[in-house]
Write a new protein. Structure first.
Length: 257
């Protein structure tokens, strides 16, 4: 082997030893950046030996905390209405209006306040047995009913069913009338979750958690998610509101010491 070839092989082995060391050093820096322990690449300083280190004055950590609490709904929204089919458009629409008035009276009699009734739909259109020959006309009118006292829920549903063969039920949902208390508890849980994550990451990085720089809540808190589990209900009731989850996401930025 020539002297130049021997020198080339020796340089190659040295390069193999140095390359993993350099790769490890910069992989460490990339890992800290990916973990969000430092806000920008400028937060790293290169030492003469090539290792990446912290710039302590600029070190921050950003975490997202999640919080959710379960609460029982206290309101019900019922989608109801009427539908009729007649030979003429005028007759269909007129009879639908009469059936809607009957349904409205039944709901008021069941204890629903007039302000909690809202017309949600009015429809009228032809029906065909053999297009384009019109076989008749179908008309409908929908109403959204807000029931503020769930003890009356079954009574309201029965009122719709007793309004006649034109009556229709198309949907039901439950909600929390005043979610402020549930949202407050969810915010507290979300902040505690964010602080716990930040403490863990700071410990893993060999740092201590500093003061809070900023807190940001995503939106106004997540809307209640319907039907989480089922309530036990009395033997004489058929409507069960279940429970709802009220959640909050919060982004918190901490300093690292």
């Amino acid at each position: 082997m020539t002297k130049d070839a021997w020198r080339g092989r020796r340089a190659g082995r040295a390069g193999d030893e140095i390359a993993p060391m350099i790769t490890f050093r910069y992989a460490t820096a990339a890992a800290f950046l990916a973990a969000g322990l430092l806000t920008t690449p400028a937060a790293f300083a290169s030492t003469p030996a090539g290792y990446a280190g912290f710039v302590a004055d600029d070190a921050k950590i950003t975490v997202i905390g999640n919080g959710a609490v379960s609460a029982a709904p206290d309101r019900m929204r019922l989608q109801a209405g009427v539908e009729v089919r007649r030979a003429s458009a005028g007759a269909a629409f007129g009879d639908a209006r009469k059936a809607a008035a009957k349904l409205r009276a039944a709901l008021l009699g069941a204890g629903v306040d007039e302000d909690d009734l809202r017309t949600s739909e009015i429809s009228l259109g032809p029906e065909y047995d053999d297009y384009p020959k019109v076989a008749g006309y179908r008309a409908g009118q929908g109403v959204e009913v807000l029931v503020r006292n769930l003890d009356r829920a079954d009574r309201v549903v029965d009122a719709v069913a007793s309004a006649g063969e034109e009556a229709r039920l198309s949907g039901i949902s439950f909600e929390i009338g005043d979610p402020a208390r549930a949202l407050a508890a969810a915010r507290e849980a979300a902040y505690k979750d964010a602080a716990a994550k930040a403490r863990q990451y700071a410990r893993l990085a060999g740092r201590r958690l500093g003061r809070v720089v900023s807190v940001h809540e995503d939106g106004e808190g997540r809307a209640p998610i319907p039907f989480e589990g089922v309530h036990l209900m009395a033997a004489d009731k058929s409507i069960s509101p279940g429970r709802q989850s009220v959640g909050v996401n919060v982004t918190v930025v901490f300093q690292l010491r």
